[in-house]
Design a protein around this ligand. Structure first.
Ligand SMILES: [Zn+2]
Length: 181
């Protein structure tokens, strides 16, 4: 396991095209291990592979954010595909490890059904509601190159750019270690 650097906005890597995982092999499990270590280091609620410099369509979500016990390992979603997103929505502020200290209100479906592969390469189906459903939609957005920035209004966009353009790695880690997201 190794800690990876979290790619921060406005790094263009966050807009790179992602690709499906063909085989869930040792290299993929090793990437997921690194993602878990990196997310836990900053107490994040979720992390997509693209945020640690890998273009595989994978994201993880903290167990408690996914409705489980705090001590459970993060949930892993490989090649995720939404089968259902409820027409019922709500708006809540979201943070993102690629946007340290930034919060943007985002409208999301209240419930979702997602098909994905687990770490054994077995197809799984998950039904999620509320915060878990929101986290799934946020992380899935990363795989489609949709970022928190895209949900912000014009003035907020300027503020985000100003703040993140001049943020150093040290400042970013300081903020993430104190807030988590
Ligand atoms: Zn994010």
């Amino acid at each position: 396991m190794a800690l990876r650097t979290i790619v921060r906005f406005p790094n263009a890597f966050l807009r790179q095209k992602t690709h499906e995982v063909k085989i869930v092999d040792k290299a993929i499990r090793s990437l997921v291990d690194d993602m878990m270590e990196t997310m836990c280091d900053v107490s994040g609620a979720g992390l997509a592979a693209i945020q640690v410099g890998a273009l595989e369509r994978i994201f993880i979500i903290d167990a408690s954010a996914a409705g489980g016990e705090h001590t459970d390992p993060p949930r892993v979603f490989i090649n995720p595909r939404f089968e259902l997103l409820s027409p019922e929505t709500d708006v809540a502020e979201e943070g993102c490890l690629s946007f340290p200290g930034i919060y943007v209100p985002v409208k999301r479906s209240l419930s979702a059904r997602l098909r994905y592969l687990d770490l054994d390469g077995t197809e799984q189906l998950v039904e999620a509601e509320n915060f878990f459903a929101r986290a799934l939609q946020h992380e899935f957005d990363h795989l489609e190159n949709r970022l928190l920035f895209d949900h912000a209004g014009a003035i907020k966009k300027q503020m985000i750019k100003r703040k993140l353009d001049r943020m150093t790695d040290e400042e970013a880690m300081e903020i993430l270690r104190h807030t988590g997201e």
